[in-house]
Design a protein around this ligand. Sequence first.
Ligand SMILES: Nc1ncnc2c1ncn2[C@@H]1O[C@H](COP(=O)(O)OP(=O)(O)O)[C@@H](O)[C@H]1O
Ligand SMILES: [Mg+2]
Length: 403
Amino acid sequence: MDPRKNPFAPGAGVKPPEFVGREALMEAADIAFDRIANGMHDNSMMLLGLRGVGKTVLLNALHEQAKSKRFETVKFEVPDKSGGHLARLLVTTLSAVLRKLSIHATSDHVLAVAVSALRNFASAFRIEYEGFSFGATPTSADAASGDLEADLSDLLATVCMAAKARQRAIAIFIDEVQYLSKSELSALARALQNAAQQGHPLIVVGAGLPQIAALVGDAKSYAERLLVFHEVGPLSEEAARRALEEPAARQGVAFSTGALDQITEHTSRYPYFLQTWGKFSWEQASGTPITTDDIHHALPSITAFLDTSFFRVRYDRCTQFEQRYLRAMSELGPGPHRTGDIAQTFGVTSNQVAPVRRNLIESGMIYSQRHGETAFTVPLFDEFMKRAIPRLESHSPNRRRRT
Ligand SMILES: Nc1ncnc2c1ncn2[C@@H]1O[C@H](COP(=O)(O)OP(=O)(O)O)[C@@H](O)[C@H]1O
Ligand SMILES: [Mg+2]
């Protein structure tokens, strides 16, 4: 059918043609936003889920929701696992918030303190920052000790006070939270605790891979009480159908019942895969309804697209040894698997592969939500690994060849 009218477009963070299945979470956030905007306490939120499950799209929707209320918001994505980005990202984005708060104000002591705290913070962490002046510069040097934990708490406290003076609250949205370093996470946890104790109107909404739960737990034990973890999983059967049917119906196109059954089964109702199956079965079909035959014929293009767009980029970033470890893991199926079982399939002991496993966790390829367990962070990755490396080879350097 006409590709110009194809509503499905899989892509990282791409707004879906129909945003479905996250009503409960949106409602929970809505309550938290309203409470905080009204001077009450509520917990910050962490959205945890695998790649392609719809975290970024959900984070964006929550961001829009907060913007429609009495919030000044900042939003950014942590770029990679090298760490050390948090201070810079906050300086840039909070600067815009303070500028906005300063519009129409000629003098305001609280705001002047926040502006100077931001400048101090930037200079303490050697962040290039032109800044701007507002009112008389206060003499106290808040947020300038060079210790991220102390300074971030100070900075956010002053920014919150400046917002509060204008009946606004502060919401910080952070994508790819798993790339924050432990010290950055601790600093954030401490700032949240400080804000809760002082009654500052602050909420942080983070999104990232499931390993964050463990990271945050390590970072600060009290973080767990300040944050609610929400698991973002595959869509429900009903939501998955709506994600496909509604956008197609707007173009006068239907899916046969069999076709819907097949797609929900193949995709395990993962949003990125639903969009992919939707796109290619639409392309394949010659008219309405889209049938199981169309899906069958679209499968080679679907596999080729997923391999290049979704799986291959992640695979290529791994060393050869890492790839072979992943291949051994895929032999056991989608997972999670016992770490010892993977090592055994690879023909080694757990200790021998501990470093490679750790690297793969750090780079976000696999994760371990429970001790001694390992799972892929990308759904259907096990099947891809079997395509990429068809034959399983165990790792034994001195292995004798059978003759
Ligand atoms: N609730 C949803 N309903 C329908 N499609 C969705 C939903 N959430 C995400 N998608 C689609 O899934 C794909 C992946 O979403 P994204 O937010 O980038 O996932 P993640 O950030 O978890 O990797 C995108 O193409 C997006 O349009
Ligand atoms: Mg994302």
